[in-house]
Design a protein around this ligand. Sequence first.
Ligand SMILES: Cc1ncc(COP(=O)(O)O)c(C=O)c1O
Length: 381
Amino acid sequence: MIKIWSDHVRQAYASAVGRSRRELTTPALIMDLDIARRNIRFMTERLSTLRAKLRPHVKCQKSPELARLQVEAGAIGVCTATVWEAIVMSRAGIRDVLIANQVGGREKIGALAKAAAQGRLTVAVDHPRNADDLSAAAQAAGGKLEVLIEVDVGMGRGGVRSAEEAVALAQHVAKLPGLRLRGVQGYEGHCMLEPDRATRIHKARAAMDYLGTVIDSLAAAGFGCEVVSAGGTGTYDITGDNPRVTEIQAGSYVFMDNFHGNLVPGFSRALTVLGTVVIHHGRTIVLDAGRKSVGIDFVLPTMADYPFYQARYFAEEHALFDVDERCSLKLGDAVELIPGYAPTTVNLYDAYHVVEKGVVVDIWPIVPRGAGHGGLAMGEC
Ligand SMILES: Cc1ncc(COP(=O)(O)O)c(C=O)c1O
């Protein structure tokens, strides 16, 4: 089903190939491949001077093609938010895939176990009951599931809440057939948004120091951690330089939306949404790209050519900007928006218009997309 869906999407958007990036049917999702490649290269170079390896999070980009570029550039595998993303990546030939979240529900655990019988999949676990379910499914599928114990390092989402809980869970996992413990995950998500770099460094180091004490407790109980997975775009160079961390889960660096854009220097904006000026009255221009076309979480999108205007409002199908004499846009003009938040933007689209030197050179399907129905579309349930 993945191939049928991908082929269908490529065919449906084929007429865009060869067109200029400003001549597409709007709203259209555009990936500037030159810039994405530059971001990938920059991350590879930066991490080559640090201790940890890169395991890019693909929840942002949902593209096997892009994941392959990241692996070719030196990434050790990828991590995903959902089991469906993991299955897509594994089938696309990515050899070491981590689901950096807990997987719950019979169908999803069953699909995970089935996929793990065919490729290396690791999943985060933070509760003995979840471990029991994973073990039963792995045995039924005749394969092996690898697990990381997730440790809450301050974000307060997933993760065991103490070193004692981590040790008890490791002891529990060790007794379960079909599971193998590889190490720990300690995602310091509460540090990502800290705008002040000194404070971010302080908070991220405190989170990793705590993770270190949990690793020590696990070692004292006889559990070595070959994998210590943490970090994101906002902390990649801080957490990536921690001697105990083996891999960094940064993902958004590849596109750099407005949310992440100002946190870490050296990366450029590679993702835009093309809209058209469909209404123009006085000083108000309205684009045909509202909340159903571009992610507005946390930070609002901005116009690439006029970054100094803040949108007045993002309605479902319309983006309203109040402009002044600096703006030369007219009715019918094409406008590129930098998304506020890339992951929720990408998830709205079937495909990227892949652009090189201003021209669409390819169509890359976004798979799986949508709110968790990827599994049904792929016939996994
Ligand atoms: C578990 C986990 N790891 C890593 C990340 C980092 O992602 P990004 O680099 O996009 O900030 C996230 C983001 O939500 C996450 O949930």
